[in-house]
Design a protein around this ligand. Sequence first.
Ligand SMILES: *[C@@H]1O[C@H](CO)[C@@H](O)[C@H](O)[C@H]1NC(C)=O
Ligand SMILES: *[C@@H]1O[C@H](CO)[C@@H](O)[C@H](O)[C@H]1NC(C)=O
Ligand SMILES: *[C@@H]1O[C@H](CO)[C@@H](O)[C@H](O)[C@H]1NC(C)=O
Length: 435
Amino acid sequence: MASPFKDQSHHSLSLAKKLLPYAIYVLLPIAVIRLYLYTPSLPLISTDHLPHSREITISTSSPTPLPHISSSQEKAKETTSSCDYTRGKWVHEKLGPLYNGTTCGTIKEGQNCITHGRTDLGYLYWRWKPSKCQLPRFEPSTFLHLISNKHIAFVGDSMARNQLESLLCLLATASPPNLVYTDGEENKFRRWNFPSHNVNVSVYWSPFLVKGVEKSPNGPNYNKLYLDQVNEKWAADLGGFDMIVLSVGHWFLHPAVYFEGDDVLGCHFCPGLNHTEIEFYDVLRKAVRTTFNTIIERRGNGNGIDVVLTTFSPAHFEGEWDKNGACSKTKPYKEGEKQLEGMDAEMRQLEVEEVEAARANGEKFVGFRLEALDVTKLSLMRPDGHPGPYMNKFPFTDGVPERVQNDCVHWCLPGPIDTWNEILLEVMKKWNQGK
Ligand SMILES: *[C@@H]1O[C@H](CO)[C@@H](O)[C@H](O)[C@H]1NC(C)=O
Ligand SMILES: *[C@@H]1O[C@H](CO)[C@@H](O)[C@H](O)[C@H]1NC(C)=O
Ligand SMILES: *[C@@H]1O[C@H](CO)[C@@H](O)[C@H](O)[C@H]1NC(C)=O
């Protein structure tokens, strides 16, 4: 049978070579993500259930560098947006954070770094300076004005939630939101209302965007993804969204079996199952494509919808994830100090490509607008912005323990992720001007 994915290599040797760096680069971050998404109060988890994980010592080496985005793609981007926010550098900013993380009530504990005892606060005093333009400081009232009488939904994994919680804190400095819906303990589905502007902001947990069954302690040791169907947990509400911000990526690195209709397409990290190994890049691409196609199908002919895809957010594990110093840098990388390459670059590139393709598909529909919120590079430059050991409260009150859990994936709030929402606001302003 022909491979469902073009260019899929079936040579086991080259496949193993391709996969090995991902195993090293990827699996421990996953362990951390899983750790505090589901079991925030448990002690250190074992990563034994992850293939290859036992021998892993975190390596800073990345997979083979990939070609950079072609210049024609860069040109296409420049003609569609007035400012290229992807190129620039972090510069000192004495004004400091846009909100007080201590008083904003909607920050997940593990990302509330200051209240968890982080005392080096230099990471709060940086501003992203695009090379050829300015990125204005976030204006909450402008944002609220632009989404007056609208519903904006964040859909995806914990990075979507991280970005949403940043936005809520930013907006709350101008107008207090009311939490009007929550699914309970896990907080995977929540909605807030800003009565001042009749604005609804919601978050939907959907780490694959498409239909998926997450692995569980009692079920199989891998996820199941149905790549041809979106997850109706969010898609059923699509009719009520005016704007949707999508953010996925990290969960595609987990062991998984992939389905299309009733057919098994293949799997990822599934020794013991007799399925073809498939690169998760192809899978993510397909999931994003199914998502865009569904949004266009269901909303293309309606009263319009704005879609934003936040690109992949790099992790910064530079030491062992459970040792002190896993991501202990206190300053951004300087311009040119760190290149976007390897997995981070590939994830971003395929997302940007899918946005371009879907934009072309959706062109004939009035009111369908789509943009990539291309934050990968600017986030890559901020190894200092993660909770690290402060994912847990006061980790060093009794000295430095032998093992310390580190979150080098998510972002402290306030922190660099606030910049994502500053750029989001610029995208919305541009749209509002009819560009
Ligand atoms: C944040 O608010 C708390 C409580 O009101 C206050 O003690 C603290 O100084 C504030 N921090 C900043 C940076 O304004
Ligand atoms: C916001 O949600 C409420 C229900 O919680 C609904 O009555 C209202 O119409 C919604 N507003 C918008 C603009 O979606
Ligand atoms: C694995 O799949 C191949 C091709 O479908 C088949 O020929 C082979 O018998 C299968 N092996 C096992 C152990 O099921």
